[in-house]
Design a protein. Structure first.
Length: 627
């Protein structure tokens, strides 16, 4: 529903509101409405700057799209010693005030001055506020975690399976601190060339019970948030980085999915069990990839090397199985920030998925599919990861563009993910590959959480749920609880009625929404890092290569830093440009010059604003075309 600027009623993003629906529709027949009342505020703390006049004092929010033009500060709610222009934290009051000469506006109370706050710190705080990222844990949650014993001992009477004799390892990024999955592969003696894959996941549900203080906070957060320099975990660090982190050489409680897999990659049997493991080693992606890809690796233990190669063999089989059934094979590089020895940013690099990353990914996918199938079969209350078919209308609009670049597959028929891969194969050698791949991706539906299984289009999976990361995703914790409840029932350990919280559409929507907010905050923090990095270079010129263009402008890669940024059309003053959506180019109206992927430009940085994540460039001259 569309709510116009003058119908927002001082509501902010995330607020629960009451609306009136208009009978008359708006632009493009969109349903229109007006916010009548704010029922519940998502947040009452606002970053603002004081503005004092002879007549009144107001606080102007730093976030330009907050929904609040300003807050009136009454004398009783002011800190009069603060000068006009001071950065402050203000509490939003529901009282509204107006005079004969002014329109109504909400009131606020000045809580404190934010002195010595750098532009970066302010910019980051805005990101947290805008996306409602919770960074502080309630005292009750921290106290609850402190009650747990720091030692994990195996109790034979607990019903847990003792898997400490298996050679489990964790494989994660170099800076990771929460190791929620460990894997082990051994031969299946009952199957020629078969495997037994063990995926052990931290038993978060053992420590976090429904509606306890930690659970209540975890549901509000929904997910951990990963910024370039640090993370905001869903669970307090006493759990996420300690008791629920599968550190090497210590006992840890897990929920383990054991799968019997044939030489062709088919799962012919599985079991789920509460267990205890003792990880043999904490491995990092780079070292494992070096070993598997024939480079010198720091992994020297012969037995460990053999186990890794065994895991790699199975991972390749599983990957081949998924490709054959049609899992969509997009190929996007991940932006990574590069730092020097003093942790000062030096540029931006790009990495593609290594063999080590693919290994872990395949094992996690297999466990997730197996668990989802188990939940459906047993009609268990769970949250499923649903990825529906792409929007056929969006695909039809792209047909002319892809036809021009040599694609003969009718895009409107891409109801089968295997057809997506056929299109990707036809464009992967083209100079415009990255841009065409992004256009395809935008036709895809967003993956969401739902209470019923509908499969996962991108993975070509009939059943799919998230099971492997309960430290950082609440839906995984929901799935764990359902599994444990059934295990306890089967073992006669559960007495009385089931105490599982209700799994409903509201919970699914909450988790989906929190995931989107986390993703947005992560993207914004990446932009903030880039603006911070370039701020000292205002006034300098850079050479840049155009990566993609659209109706709003174009994206470039700045040399030599490898940093990508989007420039609006008004960055070019030599002509007026229109977008050709078939040729994926910008065409000059007067000079008839064509801007497209591969064009080299010289651009000047005019301004850098870390607070609002703005880089303003001007195109100084065109150089040569890259291709």
């Amino acid at each position: 529903m569309f709510i116009g600027e003058h119908e927002q009623g001082f509501a902010m993003e995330g607020d629960l509101v009451e609306i009136e629906v208009f009978r008359k529709r708006g632009f493009r027949s969109k349903q229109k409405g007006e916010i009548i009342k704010v029922l519940e505020r998502a947040s009452r703390e606002i970053l603002a700057r004081l503005k004092r006049t002879k007549r009144e004092t107001v606080a102007v929010p730093v976030h330009r799209n907050s929904g609040l033009p300003f807050l009136r500060i009454a004398q009783k709610d002011d800190l009069p010693e603060l000068e006009s222009g001071t950065l402050v934290e203000v509490e939003l009051l529901e009282e509204k005030k107006q005079t004969k000469k002014t329109f109504p506006a909400p009131c606020g109370r000045v809580l404190r001055a934010l002195e010595n706050t750098s532009d970066h710190e302010l910019g980051f705080q805005l990101i947290l506020n805008e996306n409602l990222i919770r960074t502080e844990y309630p005292a009750e949650a921290l106290a609850h975690v402190n009650n747990f014993s720091q030692q994990v001992r195996f109790d034979a009477s607990s019903g847990r399976r003792d898997l400490r004799d298996l050679d489990f390892v964790t494989i994660d990024g170099k800076s990771a601190r929460d190791f929620d999955d460990a894997v082990c592969v051994i031969p299946d003696k009952d199957s020629s060339g078969g495997f037994r894959l063990f995926v052990a996941i931290a038993d978060v549900a053992h420590y976090v019970q429904p509606e306890d203080p930690v659970d209540q906070e975890a549901l509000l957060r929904g997910t951990s948030v990963y910024f370039p320099t640090h993370a905001v975990p869903m669970l307090p660090e006493g759990l996420s980085n300690n008791l629920c982190s599968l550190r090497p050489q210590v006992n840890r409680l897990t929920l383990t999915c054991e799968m019997r897999i044939t030489a062709e990659g088919e799962v012919v049997g599985y079991s789920l069990s509460e267990s205890v493991i003792r990880s043999r080693a904490r491995l990092i992606y780079e070292d494992v990839a070096d070993l598997l890809e024939g480079r010198t690796s720091s992994i020297r233990d012969p037995e460990l090397q053999t186990n890794i190669r065994k895991m790699h063999k199975l991972a390749k089989i599983l990957e081949r199985k998924r490709i054959q059934r049609g899992a969509v094979q997009f190929s996007f590089a991940e932006e990574v920030f590069e730092f020097d020895a003093d942790q000062q940013m030096t540029g931006v690099g790009r990495i593609y998925q290594s063999s080590a990353m693919k290994l872990i990914e395949q094992f996690m996918l297999e466990a997730n599919e197996t668990v989802a199938r188990h939940c459906v079969k047993n009609k268990m209350p769970a949250l499923y990861r649903v990825h529906e078919r792409p929007d056929m209308r969006k695909l039809q609009k792209l047909q002319q563009t892809f036809f021009r670049f040599g694609v003969r597959t009718p895009l409107a028929k891409l109801a089968d993910p295997r057809q997506f891969n056929a299109v990707i194969e036809q464009i992967q050698e083209l100079p415009h590959f990255d841009q065409l791949q992004v256009l395809l991706l935008r036709t895809m539906a967003l993956a969401v959480y739902q209470t019923t299984n509908k499969g996962h289009f991108g993975l070509a999976a009939e059943y799919y749920a998230h099971f492997t990361s309960p430290i950082r995703r609440y839906p995984d914790l929901v799935v764990h609880r359902a599994i444990k409840d059934m295990l306890h029932q089967d073992q006669g350990l559960r007495t009385g009625k089931r105490t599982l919280p209700q799994v409903n559409s509201e919970m699914a929507e909450q988790c989906s929404q929190q995931e989107r907010r986390a993703e947005k905050a992560e993207r914004q923090s990446i932009d903030l890092m880039k603006v911070d990095f370039l701020a000292p270079h205002a006034g300098q010129t850079f050479q840049a290569v155009v990566i993609s263009v659209d109706s709003q402008g174009f994206r470039v890669n700045l040399e030599p830093h490898g940093l990508e940024w989007f420039l609006p059309l008004d960055s070019m003053h030599d002509d007026s440009y229109i977008f050709d959506e078939v040729r994926l180019s910008l065409q000059g109206r007067r000079k008839n010059r064509t801007l497209q992927a591969g064009q080299r430009l010289e651009i000047r940085l005019l301004r850098a604003d870390p607070i609002h994540r703005i880089l303003e460039f001007d195109v100084e001259r065109w150089i040569s075309n890259k291709y």
